[in-house]
Design a binder for this molecule. Structure first.
Ligand SMILES: Cc1cc2nc3c(=O)[nH]c(=O)nc-3n(C[C@H](O)[C@H](O)[C@H](O)COP(=O)(O)OP(=O)(O)OC[C@H]3O[C@@H](n4cnc5c(N)ncnc54)[C@H](O)[C@@H]3O)c2cc1C
Length: 447
């Protein structure tokens, strides 16, 4: 093997110390037995790993934050995992209002670093999700109606392609790759090493809220929420969760970028539904508000496995859809994080045209996902079937699906994830990875 094909960086082969820790993803049911992990320290290590994999004919999986929600995305048996999680630089340029980050950063670290310096980095519901993966699929969360998706703020990137070449993309150079990287999903075009985002000034303070209702009131609350949340001020982001019938409740978490008085006025219609058992509404310094919403979520101690599925609602659900939700929640396992999750759409997301970036589903009223969860491997099959059968039943009431919350039960998934952007994504794929070196069970085939 010559010097070009040597693996560099922190390299862990099967059987080496550290292998077991290296193969622990957030969701245990996505753990696999790869041949080798390369923890890249710099872009060159990524290039060497890709060349090595090509010469040795080993399948490649890029990995950043280990949060993939389906198997064979960021690990594969016998493959090489090119893990960028030790590439964690964060360089904020206050003057140009941009930040350059290594793709190995976790979302929470970027949010925290920027908040301390008075800037907003958009986030979802977990601080440990990798910026590497979340950006490529879109990046949704409670700030999106103000900031747009995480990927809407991506203005430049560095990626290593299938030949080990370093490619840079921005609006003037390889702009088709930038377009495809804003929602086209991870693992399709190459291994990304750097992102540059534009950033907004953070407000000094924000109002956060956490409201809980008894499970029995879920229908009332979700009905009202589906009418209220998409039409509330775009300064308000709301995540609504409904847990399993056994042991679960209804909870709403979110923020309003403004005073508590204004927030209360905005929240009034939903607070007057049912009988909330907890109402925590507080004005906090912006950095504290981000901590309130991003509860710790460590990767290595996660015990639940999950089957997720996702989609977008264009109008409030009819009673039939609530019946399907109820059946699902009655079957979901007690004491697990199973259930439904909704996020309000609109604002900055809707102002961008569906074809302007690879992220297509911009005209919806709300995002919806649901997951069944289990601990014992023998419970996997029935839970996977529960989520996927529920998708079939809910299909008349939703459109599309979110590539970052994928469901490998979806057949001919391209148009479901990407709508009318799918043909263009296949052309970009043909240009940057014509031999389909970067592939996974639902990746984009070259045109
Ligand atoms: C607890 C939890 C909470 C979540 N909350 C949200 C949320 O609020 N909002 C939201 O939008 N999503 C959320 N997600 C979904 C999340 O965005 C996706 O799972 C995302 O793909 C994870 O990225 P990662 O880098 O952590 O994962 P990984 O497992 O490392 O990678 C996921 C995918 O991206 C690819 N990938 C990763 N890094 C690179 C890279 N450098 N170059 C090329 N491809 C790469 C992988 O090959 C794989 O296909 C959540 C997931 C979990 C588990």
């Amino acid at each position: 093997m010559n010097s070009i094909t040597k693996l560099t960086g922190r390299v862990i082969f099967k059987g080496d110390p550290g292998y077991e820790v290296a193969r622990k993803n957030w969701d245990p049911h996505t753990d696999r037995f790869p041949k080798v992990f390369v923890f890249a320290q710099r872009t060159k290590d990524v290039a060497n790993a890709i060349r090595w994999a090509r010469i040795n004919n080993v399948p490649i999986r890029p990995r950043s934050g280990r949060h993939s929600l389906e198997p064979n995305l960021s690990q594969v048996n016998g493959g090489i995992v090119i893990d960028v999680s030790e590439m964690k630089q964060i360089k904020l340029n206050k003057k140009s209002r941009t930040v350059e980050v290594g793709t190995g950063n976790r979302v929470g670290r970027i949010v925290d670093t920027l908040a301390r310096q008075g800037f907003i980095a958009p986030f979802g519901d977990s601080p440990t999700v990798g910026i590497g993966g979340i950006t490529l699929g879109g990046g949704i969360g409670p700030l999106q109606r103000t900031t747009g998706l995480i990927s809407d703020n991506l203005i430049e990137l560095e990626m290593v392609d299938a030949k080990g070449r370093v490619i840079r993309a921005n609006k003037n150079r390889n702009s088709d790759l930038l377009w495809a990287s804003r929602g086209g999903g991870g693992g399709n075009f190459g291994v990304y090493t750097k992102y540059k985002f534009k950033v907004l000034r953070a407000p000094a303070k924000a109002t956060v809220f956490s409201i809980t209702w008894p499970w029995e009131q879920f229908e009332k609350v979700v009905k009202k929420w589906q009418k209220w949340a998409p039409n509330a001020s775009t300064k308000l982001g709301s995540e609504l969760s409904v847990g399993p019938k056994k042991g679960g409740n209804v909870s709403m978490l979110g923020l309003y970028l403004g005073s508590k008085t204004e927030a209360l006025r905005q929240l009034e219609p939903i607070l007057s539904v049912g009988t909330p058992t907890k109402k925590d509404i507080r004005l906090l310094p912006y950095i504290e508000a981000t901590k309130f919403l991003l509860a710790p979520d460590p990767v290595l101690t996660q015990k639940f496995s999950n089957q997720f599925s996702s989609g977008f609602g264009r109008r409030p659900f009819p009673n039939k859809a609530f019946k399907i939700m109820r059946e699902f929640l009655e079957k979901a396992e007690e004491g697990t994080p199973a259930g439904f999750y909704f996020l309000n759409w609109g604002g900055a997301i809707k102002r961008i045209a569906p074809k302007a970036t690879a992220f297509y589903w911009r005209k919806a009223q709300f995002y919806i996902e649901w997951n069944s969860s289990w601990v014992k491997p023998s419970h996997a099959a029935k839970n996977i079937a529960l989520t996927r059968n529920t998708r079939k039943k809910l299909n008349p009431f939703i459109v599309g699906s979110y590539i970052n919350v994928p469901d490998q039960g979806i057949k001919c998934s391209g148009p479901v994830y990407y709508g009318k952007n799918y043909p263009r994504l296949r052309r970009v794929k043909a240009k940057y990875d014509p031999n389909n070196v970067f592939n996974n069970p639902q990746s984009i085939p070259p045109a």
